[in-house]
Design a protein around this ligand. Sequence first.
Ligand code: DGL
Length: 264
Amino acid sequence: MIDRRPIGIFDSGVGGLTVLKEIEKILPHENLIYFGDNLRAPYGSRDPQEISKFCLDIGKFLEGLDIKLLVIACNTATVVCLEELQSKISVPTIGVIASGTREALEITKTNKIGILSTPLTAKVNAYKNEAQRIDDKVEVYQIGCEPLVPMIESGWEDTRKNQELIRSYVDRLPTEIDVVVFGCTHYPIIEEYFIRELKGKKIVDPAKETALEVKKLLKKLKLLNRRDSKGKVSFYTSGNLDKFKYLAEKILDRSLDKIKPALN
Ligand code: DGL
């Protein structure tokens, strides 16, 4: 069975491209549609009700493009509306938190993990609840890193001040933790700056595990696109088209065709 319909992927901005990149690697024949809500980013310091409305609009928009699976490539949106989208959108929908937590629990030897995320994801204990549901002995330390998403959206600068900002978050984690999860899909874009401060601690980027979950689910539901040719990838944003293109090309390391406007 061949299902050529695309997979829909969305984030508040360009962060979800880190998930798209892994899906492309693992499922190169699939057609993909990416939506970045750059006009309304960052989500992490917004009211959950507001985020919920944005995400439902995005889910409906992508559903209208005849997607076969919806990936919420945003931790903050996963926290706020995974269940709502699962009940209101007629295609299977997955988020990023469960897969990142699973991987961190598999890797940790000290049973102490750190989560770097947006303030909202930290405040509602998203990773802590998920991790302790699986293992009630695990200790989870969550740090909300407020300004990082807008800084990445406006093009991160390699300055001493920015490196010190990263250090200030990492320094708040207890030394006994051995695994740190990127609880925001934007953070892998500036991974090298975290690596400098994390001094050998393992980093979990939930993107890869999420991509594997997408593959497993498509296989289970018999929705895989088993062609030999490469899948087509389309990009939409609610924000500025040129800015999105510039950042997306840097993140994906290739040139992109037209970026289309939507929901603006
Ligand atoms: N990439 C989003 C996440 O994973 C960022 C959310 C935001 O816009 O604050 O949480």
